[in-house]
Structure formats: structure tokens, C-alpha cells
Ligand binder design. Structure first.
Ligand code: NI
Length: 273
């Protein structure tokens, strides 16, 4: 089933129908969702959602736009949250020079601190990078060594994607791959092996075609998987099964063998372990 590696169901855009929507996920073919915190408040809500719904897990971290809220006290709180049940990653963390709400020095400082936190707690990371490709890659090379994780909503070149894969990271692919002007990401999908790709919504943002501009949700990931299948010339089922295994191995440290034996990885499909 579909594994959405990056969603924000704590967003107020879901206030009117959150429970009904989340309860419809299984019928829409969505098996697992990681709700990613961006602010401190978002992290708290992500943990609450994970406690409430069996198929939701949480990632805890502070987005570069919000690192102004971090200090030694709040960072200590973040560390405690990272050790809660069902918290599977540190994220989303990184650099954002598009909104540029915090100084680059501050963004870098807290990005590095949170990478170190992930290393200490042996958690994977979920990386946000916007208009900051070079600095993000530099920091990941220097401070991300040995870590695992996802470069979320990847927007760089195919060459950069291949470099991240060499460092051991997965590439998060979402709605943008279905856009007419999503050529760069289509090239990334072509260049990166399927076992290094994971599916994501970043919902409520970045809905795929034919819902571009509308509120996004995990049920729309099927359009992303269809486009990846088309680009890589494999079946839709293979994309869903392989990306689910990729995400489970990464976030839940589940062995691929166990997934295949449980039938969760799909049958009669050649799965790359
Ligand atoms: Ni996000």
C-alpha cells in the first residue's frame, strides 16, 4: 500500500474534516503516513496524531523558517519528543533561502544541531531545502555522514540527486513530478534507482495534476506513483510496493524480507532488497 513519507495533517486546512479524511485513507490505498512537524507546535500535534491513528507516525524537527523558536530549553524538549513512541525521524530540518525568515547563520546552526541530534538518537532525517542547494549539500557532506534520510520535495538537478544517493540518502518525490513544468524532477526520477525513491505529499501543499492548486492529501499520491511508473517504465504496483519497502526500511528499520513474507511488499514483483 501507499506510504506517504511526508504529510502535515496538523495543518489548519484539515480542521473541518481531518478525522473523516484520515479514516478514508485505507479505502484510498494508503497504508502508512508520516506526519512531519515543522514548528514546535506542529511537532506536538504530529505526536498526538500518531498516538490517535495506528497508521500514522511522526517526525519531529524544526523547519528553517521557525528556528527562531529554538533555544537550549526548546531544543531539550525536542530531544525528549524524539524519543516518544512512533517518532521515526528528525524533520523537517534544513535551509530555506526562499522565505529567508531567519539569518543564514541561524538556519545553519540549528540545521547542524538537529543533524547531530539525529545521529545521537540513531534516527533518520527529513531534509527541507529551498533555494539553498549548495549550502544544504555542503552541510550534508560535512555533518550528515553516516546518517540516513530523505531529501524531501527534491528540487535540484539529477546530478545533485545522484550525489545524495551516493551519500546514502533517498529522494522524496511528490506532486511536482506530475506538473507540465516538472521536467527537472522527471529527469531526477529517471536518473535515480527506484529503490532510492520514496513517495510524499507535503499535504496540504503541492497537489499533483489533475488537482494542482487544490488542497492535497495522501489519496492523491496515486497520481505521483503513476507518473513515476510511466517514467521508469515499470508497473504502478511495482512503484507502490518498492517505495513502501524503501520507506519502511528507512523509518521503521523493517527488514525487506519480513515485508515480503508478510505480503506487504506485493506479490510476484521483483523487489530490490
Ligand atoms: Ni513539509
Amino acid at each position: 500500500m501507499i506510504f506517504d513519507t511526508h504529510a502535515h495533517y496538523d495543518d489548519k486546512q484539515f480542521d473541518s474534516d481531518r478525522d473523516a479524511l484520515l479514516n478514508s485513507m485505507e479505502a484510498l490505498g494508503v497504508g502508512t503516513i508520516v506526519n512531519v512537524g515543522a514548528s514546535l507546535e506542529g511537532c506536538r500535534k504530529a505526536i498526538e496524531l500518531a498516538a490517535e491513528y495506528p497508521f500514522i507516525y511522526a517526525a519531529v524537527g524544526v523547519h528553517p523558517d521557525d528556528v527562531g523558536d529554538l533555544n537550549e530549553d526548546t531544543f531539550a524538549k525536542l530531544k525528549t519528543w524524539c524519543q516518544e513512541d512512533k517518532v521515526v525521524a528528525v524533520g523537517e530540518i534544513g535551509l530555506d533561502y526562499y522565505w529567508d525568515t531567519q539569518s543564514h547563520d541561524m538556519q545553519k546552526k540549528w540545521f547542524i544541531r538537529q543533524l547531530e541530534l539525529a545521529r545521537e538518537l540513531e534516527l533518520p532525517v527529513n531534509i527541507h531545502s529551498r533555494d539553498a542547494s549548495e549550502d544544504t549539500f555542503q552541510i550534508m557532506k560535512e555533518h550528515g555522514n553516516g546518517l540516513e534520510g530523505i531529501i524531501h520535495c527534491f528540487s535540484g538537478s539529477k546530478e545533485l540527486a545522484v550525489e545524495y544517493v551516493k551519500l546514502g540518502f533517498h529522494i522524496g518525490v511528490g506532486g511536482v513530478v506530475t506538473f507540465k513544468n516538472g521536467k527537472k524532477l522527471k529527469q531526477v526520477v529517471e536518473a535515480v534507482p527506484l529503490e532510492k525513491i520514496v513517495l510524499e505529499t507535503d499535504c496540504p501543499y503541492l497537489a499533483p495534476e489533475p488537482y494542482r492548486g487544490k488542497r492535497n492529501h495522501s489519496g492523491y499520491i496515486k497520481y505521483v506513483a503513476e507518473e513515476i511508473a510511466r517514467i521508469k517504465q515499470v508497473t504502478y504496483e511495482e512503484v507502490v510496493a518498492q517505495t513502501e519497502i524503501n520507506a519502511r526500511k528507512l523509518y521503521m528499520k523493517t527488514a525487506a524480507e519480513e515485508l515480503i513474507n508478510n505480503g506487504k511488499g506485493g506479490n510476484s514483483i521483483e523487489i530490490v532488497k
